[in-house]
Design a protein around this ligand. Sequence first.
Ligand code: TTP
Length: 243
Amino acid sequence: ADLETPSQDQAEAEQRKRNKVTLCVEGNISAGKSTFLQKLLKSSVELRDIIEVVPEPVDKWQNIQDTNGGQPSNLLEAFYRNPERYAYTFQNYVFVTRLMQAKDSEDCAAPLRLLERSVFSDRMVFVRAVHEAKWLSEMELSIYDSWFDPVVSQLQGLVPDGFIYLAASPETCMRRMSARGRGEEGGVSLDYLANLHSKHEEWLRSGALRPEELQLLSDPSRNLTQLQPNGFVGNSASCYYSR
Ligand code: TTP
């Protein structure tokens, strides 16, 4: 019977897990998500104790080890070089690496977890954009959709308690992107950024969530309430869902 009774440590860990709040920081390419998260951590020692930041696994997309010991591959670069060929492969890999990262940080001790982006922005922004650009075929979109909802609804760790939206104009993002000079992004145009911007706006400002998302986010057991956009952290951020 002793074996079945959770120890106090286990019970506390479970309680911590239940009370943990997860927010996803969203925004266009180069909106400043990683800068925002770094500055937040640097802004006070107290914050560092209560926040676990989970950066986006961009390095994983840029550096895929060759299983036969050859040169590593850069999937981000392959996608921008030949989007028609690689859009599905890329979006699929983005999802899987996000999932692995979310799992790894699930048991962190910090009561607040901040993730850079989410599987929801993958679907609501990037997958929509690459499909519209005809880089993702109808069949590939159907394949993506056929596993997306079932997988997300099985993995509650992927569903956040809220979103922080860092809104920046496409022009500002273009300027920051050029200044950053990430090699793979050389061909990203202002038009593409404007398209991604309007998709973020439609998704996060109009509350135009897909029914499946609303269902997940309004699940009463998660105690979520839809809020009107309101200032959450600074002027450029909004939190749409919260406990
Ligand atoms: P971002 O998630 O926009 O990251 P970032 O480093 O630009 O963010 P910030 O400067 O605000 O910290 O995307 C990284 C790169 O991956 C970018 O070139 C866009 C691309 N990308 C896609 O093409 N599809 C996707 O689904 C995601 C998540 C990223």
